[in-house]
Design a protein around this ligand. Structure first.
Ligand code: RM4
Ligand code: MN
Length: 388
C-alpha cells in the first residue's frame, strides 16, 4: 500500500491503548521523582488518559492495573471514562507485590499461595465484567534465583493448572493475553521467559488465549519482528506492550531508542494483516515516564507509533514482492528503506487536520494549559505510583 489515502484510512482507525500507570510517579530502585499534577486516584489517571486522546485522536482506551487502580465501583469508573470520551481497556493483574509471592505466585510450591494468586486473577475477570474490558493481561514475575531452588518442570505444571482455571472463567467475548519476559525480577530462570513458552500455554488453553509481546522484554539483539511474524501466521498474537529499551526493561518511550526496530515490527504487522479492520491485536503502550512529563510523554509515544505505522504502510508491497521473487537482494532492501526514510510527518499533520485535531499535538497540549491546571488543582492527597 503506497497510496497516501489508504495510509490515512488505516491510521484513522488505529487505536493505541495507554496504561494508567504511565500517569503516576515512577522511577528506579534508586529514586522516584515526584512530579506536580500527578493523579491521586484512578479517576484522575483516566482524566489524563482522556487528555492524551483529545490531542491525538488515537488513544480511546486506558488499561488498568489491579490493585493499583482498585475502586469500589468499577461500573462507575467505566461511566466516568466514557463521560470523558474514552473506555476502560485491558485489565492487568498483579501477582508480584505481596510478601506471599517471594518464591512465586501461580508457580509457588505452596498450594495456599497458588490459590491466593489464582483467586486474584479470577477477581480481575469480575472487574472485566463490570468495566466491559475484553482482555486480561497476565505477566508473572515468577522464577528462581538459584539452580535447584525449585523444580522447573513442576512449576510449568502449576502454571498450566492455574491458567486453565482462569481461562475456564473467561466470558465468551473475553480473552487472556500472556506476556513473557526473559529475566527480572528472577535471575536464574523465569517461568514464562519467552514467546515459545507463552505460545505453548496459549495453544494448550484455546483460541482466546494469546501471546502478548512486550517489546522491552527481550535480550539485546533479539529479532522481535520475527517473533511477531511467527505469532501472526499462527494466529496467536493478541497484544503488544510497546516501549523502548537500551539495556534491560527500561520502559522508555516507544520508538525513542530504536525507531527502525519499531518500523520493522510494524512492517511485519502490516504483512500479517494486523492493521486490518477487526484486528485481534490490542496495541498498547507499557511505559513509565521517570524524568519526563507524563502526559506529553504519552502523546509523543502515540506519535512515534503513528509514524512507524505510516512508514510500514508506505512499503510498496508489489515492488517488494517482485524484488523478492527475482532474488534482487539490494532492490528488496531498497523498497523497505525507501519507506523507512520517508518523512511521514506532513502526512500525519494532514490527517490530524482532516480529523479536526491540531496538526501538532505536542504544541497543542502545551498551549492548552492542562499541565498548569492539574498542577494547581491536584494538591494534597497521595500521588499515584507503583503500588497505589
Ligand atoms: C511488567 C510487565 C507488565 C506491566 C508491569 C508494570 O514488567 O511489563 O506488563 O504491567 O511491568
Ligand atoms: Mn508489559
Amino acid at each position: 500500500m503506497s497510496n497516501p489515502d489508504a495510509v490515512k484510512s488505516v491510521l484513522r482507525d488505529l487505536r493505541i491503548e495507554v496504561p494508567s500507570w504511565a500517569f503516576g510517579n515512577s522511577g528506579t530502585r534508586f529514586k522516584v521523582f515526584a512530579q506536580a499534577g500527578v493523579p491521586r486516584d484512578p479517576f484522575e489517571k483516566i482524566a489524563d488518559a482522556a487528555a492524551v486522546h483529545r490531542f491525538t485522536g488515537s488513544a480511546p482506551s486506558v488499561a488498568l492495573h489491579i490493585p493499583w487502580d482498585r475502586v469500589d465501583d468499577y461500573a462507575a469508573l467505566a461511566k466516568f471514562a466514557s463521560d470523558h470520551g474514552i473506555a476502560l481497556g485491558t485489565i492487568n493483574s498483579n501477582t508480584f507485590q505481596d510478601n506471599d509471592y517471594m518464591l512465586g505466585s501461580v508457580t509457588h510450591p505452596d498450594p495456599r499461595v497458588r490459590r491466593k494468586a489464582t483467586d486474584h486473577l479470577l477477581d480481575c475477570i469480575d472487574i472485566m465484567d463490570a468495566t466491559g474490558s475484553r482482555d486480561l493481561k497476565l505477566w508473572f514475575a515468577d522464577g528462581t534465583n538459584y539452580p535447584g531452588q525449585d523444580d522447573i518442570t513442576a512449576r510449568q505444571e502449576r502454571l498450566g493448572e492455574a491458567l486453565a482455571e482462569v481461562y475456564a472463567r473467561l466470558g465468551a467475548d473475553q480473552r487472556m493475553v500472556l506476556e513473557y519476559k526473559f529475566f527480572e525480577p528472577a535471575f536464574y530462570h523465569t517461568d514464562v521467559p519467552d514467546w515459545g513458552t507463552s505460545f505453548l500455554h496459549c495453544v494448550a488453553l484455546g483460541d482466546r488465549a494469546l501471546v502478548c509481546v512486550d517489546t522491552g522484554h527481550h535480550a539485546p539483539g533479539t529479532n522481535i519482528e520475527f517473533i511477531v511474524a511467527q505469532l501472526l501466521r499462527t494466529k496467536k498474537l493478541g497484544a503488544f506492550d510497546f516501549n523502548s529499551r537500551f539495556y534491560a526493561d527500561d520502559d522508555l518511550m516507544v520508538g525513542s531508542a530504536d525507531p527502525f526496530q519499531l518500523f520493522r515490527v510494524m512492517h511485519e504487522v502490516n504483512r500479517g494483516q494486523g492493521f486490518a479492520a477487526g484486528t485481534p491485536i490490542t496495541f498498547m503502550l507499557d511505559q513509565c515516564h521517570n524524568i519526563e512529563a507524563k502526559i506529553p510523554g504519552q502523546i509523543r509515544s502515540i506519535m512515534n507509533v503513528q509514524e512507524a505505522v505510516a512508514k510500514a504502510l508506505l512499503v510498496d508491497a508489489d515492488a517488494l514482492g517482485t524484488a523478492q521473487r527475482d532474488g534482487d537482494v539490494l532492490g528488496a532492501n531498497a523498497v523497505v528503506m525507501d519507506a523507512y526514510n520517508t518523512d511521514v510527518r506532513p502526512l500525519l499533520a494532514e490527517l490530524r487536520a482532516d480529523q479536526g485535531l491540531d496538526p501538532d499535538p505536542m504544541a497543542a497540549y502545551k498551549r492548552s494549559g492542562y499541565a498548569e491546571t492539574i498542577a494547581k488543582d491536584r494538591v494534597g492527597g497521595a500521588q499515584a505510583g507503583w503500588g497505589a
